[in-house]
Write a protein that binds this ligand. Structure first.
Ligand code: PMV
Length: 325
């Protein structure tokens, strides 16, 4: 029997960085790109094997796990087996692949973790709820990012838009009835979330009143954005994205490459555009009024030097998870 797990990428529409300081953020799971995992049982005495297809890497528990691609999975498996002793140490194979660019704010790490958990649980006849998948993926996120807020693993495991606030139950948000047309532009420069987050923390230490005022303004924007998002008031949501970008620039996490793409998206008619994720490279996201406008913005991003640009939409919660056949 082969079991499959699938997980989406994500975008933070409003509230990255301030979310680390307890402010709310709105994050959405995307229709594409995504990560998937396939698991099947092998003969009971043979070592378990993890194949990371994108890196052409095979690893078995007990082998050296110091490679940066392997360490989060080693931690994930430890946490998974601690929770589900039914998953044996040996006798299974797990293949993971993803078309989510790495280190660009689309949640690639959390997506491969959630897909892997889904596949391994389904392969061993275990149900794994979304909350459990999120908690397990958080263990791997700590290896990736040090002190993650938890927004990535939450929105990706839930597979639904969320209003996320550290330390509180995530609020699942119904997406608007009208389609949300998003365009993502990748600068081609990977960022390291832990480094950007730590630079922001250092800057805040030097001027806490200024940074805390900016973070609370970002929190207000996310709260205002919630009703604009729910009700499909896209011009309002776009304006809030632009305001959020201004504040992200003030805390020093934008970059000339991001700015160039954001400016190009706005000139091509975006309702709003901002960096998404940690910043200093990675991705930006633009909100478009309709499909035709989204395609125009994608073309403008390509012309402005995006290494990748694509149109996408929001997942509504029903399309991801685990299955077995
Ligand atoms: O890892 P990224 O690029 O998706 O960024 C996550 C968002 C941050 O707010 C910058 C960090 C966090 O832990 O929430």
């Amino acid at each position: 029997m082969t079991a499959a797990g699938k997980a989406p990428s994500k975008l933070i529409l409003l509230g990255e960085h301030s979310v680390v300081y307890g402010q709310p953020a709105i994050a959405v799971p995307l229709r594409r790109p995504s990560a998937e995992a396939l698991a099947h049982k092998t003969s009971s005495g043979s070592p378990a094997v993890l194949c990371l297809r994108d890196f052409d890497l095979d690893w078995s528990p007990g082998e050296d796990d110091s490679a940066p691609e392997i360490r989060p999975f080693a931690e994930l498996l430890k946490a998974l087996r601690a929770r589900h002793s039914e998953i044996p140490e040996k006798g299974w194979k797990l293949e993971v692949r993803s078309d989510i660019p790495i280190g660009c704010g689309l949640g690639s790490g959390a997506a491969v973790s959630v897909a892997a958990v889904g596949a391994l649980c389904a392969c061993h006849g275990l149900g794994c709820g979304r909350r459990a998948a999120s908690e397990l993926a958080y263990e791997a996120e700590k290896v990736h990012h040090g002190t993650p807020s938890g927004v990535d693993n939450t929105v990706i495991a839930m597979g639904r838009p969320v209003l996320f606030k550290k330390g509180s139950e995530p609020e699942l948000v119904d997406p608007p009835r009208a389609p949300v047309h998003l365009v993502v532009g990748y600068t081609g420069r990977r960022h390291k979330t832990s480094e950007v987050v730590s630079d922001v923390a250092k800057a805040r230490e030097a001027d806490a009143p200024k940074y805390d005022a900016i973070f609370s303004e970002m929190g207000r924007i996310a709260r205002d954005g919630l009703s604009a998002f729910r009700l499909g008031r896209f011009p309002d949501l776009g304006r809030l994205m632009d305001c959020n970008q201004g504040l992200l620039e003030l805390i020093g996490v934008s970059s000339p490459e991001l700015k160039k793409l954001i400016t190009a998206a706005r000139a091509a008619g975006a309702l709003g555009a901002k960096l998404s994720g940690a910043g200093r490279g990675g991705c930006m996201a633009a909100l478009a009024a309709d499909g035709e406008s989204a395609r125009r913005i994608r073309g403008a991003l390509e012309a402005a030097g995006a290494s990748k640009a694509f149109t996408t939409g929001i997942l509504r919660g029903e399309e991801c998870g685990a299955s077995s056949a």
